[in-house]
Design a binder for this molecule. Sequence first.
Ligand code: PRX
Length: 648
Amino acid sequence: MSDVKTYPVPAEFAAQANINAEQYASMYAQSINDPDTFWGEQAEQYLTWFQKWDKVQDWSFDQDDLHINWFTGGTLNVSYNCLDRHLDTRGDQVAIIWEGDNPNEDRKITYRELHAEVSKLANVLKARGVKRGDRVSLYLPMIPEAAVAMLACTRIGAIHSIVFGGFSPDALRDRIQDSECGVVITSDQSMRGGKKVPLKGNADKAMDQCPSVHTCIVVQRGGDPVKWNDSRDIWYHDAIAAADAECPAEPMEADDPLFILYTSGSTGKPKGVLHTTGGYLLQAAMTHKTVFDYKDGEVYWCTADVGWVTGHSYIVYGPLANGATSLMFEGIPTYPDAGRFWDVCDKHNVATFYTAPTAIRMLMGAGDQFVERAKLSSLRLLGSVGEPINPEAWEWYHRVVGKNRCPIVDTWWQTETGAHMLTPLPGATPLKPGSATNPFFGVEPCLLDDQGNEIEGNPAVGNLAIKRPWPSMMRSLYGDHKRFYEAYFAMFKGYYFTGDGARRDEDGYYWITGRVDDVLNISGHRLGTAEIESALVLHPKVAEAAVVGYPHELTGQGIYAYVTLMAGEEGTDDLKNELNTLVRKEIGPIAKINIIQWSPGLPKTRSGKIMRRILRKIAANEIDGLGDTSTLADPSVVDNLIDFRENK
Ligand code: PRX
């Protein structure tokens, strides 16, 4: 790939950067050769500890002894680090700028105000019996109360589990049940693109089947009436008005659980990724400061939703730990029109803008005039996350949005990794469009062949794995440590396996090629093929279903479902609609099937395993590259599928 265009670090940017190329090289070397000293120093610099740790790290990736500990013996509190310690120096600085769905609505909340509100809600939770280690489910729109609720949990040591507002009642129910949440915090409605979604109504349906829930705290947002259960439901504003604004921050062990975040795996039900306190906050804060080159007083905007890990680490925890001003946006990129993001950048003087390739592609398609009507003179850095960014979108983002002036940090990471793992540092790393470039400090990536051997030298292609833990690494799957081992460490012994494939070019730059397991990435949202298949086979007319991803111009990947009907049933458009409705009910509107193909048979090995490799090729219309089909029980099935695809 020597013809790939490289963008050097702009000299003016390098001159003022928090980390330059020499610093990156020497710090990275130290982080690998002497990790205890390196991370000990960073933990002192970035966080305030109630009590210092005895041991920086202690770990094993072995099946019988799988454990990952950081800063053992140290105690701290996340809300203290994000709020209290800033009060003397920046109490009146804005912590959160909230931009409503409606362009005429916004709010600014200072650190002092946020501290008071968080303390009040923490007292409300305590009064409802919530204690250290208890689980609280958050099902909220992008409103400041979402950040307040997260921080209130951390203040008293409760574990939050945020469920994205686009998930269905059934999906919410499963997540509440899995971690036995006692409290649900939601809102009457959410507002997105001028439309209301009945969050409380959805939560009611879920809570009907969740005996663990004793309290539901409801934020008023949409204003429409909601059903009320007097013994369970309380209004957020009533409870806050009556609460005390003093609530001491609970000292937590460094590896006490901080939050659970459910994400899709290649098999079975969603996995409750468990993150803990000290290491997570350290890497979230440090990456926010170094990858985004954050400078005091700047306005920083990450467009993610707090329902995803990006919102956790880069709207709330990283920025607030650093005393930043974090912009939180309730709406969508195309409302009232496709210029909204750029208008908001001008309105609030945004310096750093961090979004997903799917949004960039969509806005690129809407036309340059929407960008050009804004000045965008405050912007100095752009970011990308969630899926590989195609070079064309990268170039457009750089030229039209960044005016050839702003570096782009393409950050590769995962719910499981908690914070950035492969990423440029904008003052240090020459950029190549589409590459997540180099490892962050302390991250030791490698490429493995299918037998688990490390592939040395460049260029190389293989399975992306990580050789040692990093501070913000997940610690377990909630309530299922065995599955934690099986999902991440069993495939390649001695390594954390990411589930992604990657290429390393002649300069050692990493290029993520996408998932190599049965996980889909639709518009940067992770979905398991198994979850969608389980939903499809609930329909009485469906005998079997196999779901794969295929390349999609706008959403990165699309969902392609091969469905085998019961004998005598006929595939109709009505049935397609019924199946889509069923998947929407089971998972949520984010799981929309693009193509359903009626498939009288599926390609299987003689032992009955579906050959997904072949299904992926057919879905991608790569009929010539099907490879060896001789191990199939009935090779003619493939010809039938191809005929159907072509006649569709
Ligand atoms: O496949 C990779 C892709 O998103 C997956 C992680 O998804 P999730 O846990 O939902 O977290 C998304 C936000 C961190 C990864 O396994 N991915 C994420 N960022 C990138 C990416 N693929 C390529 N380039 C990226 N920058």
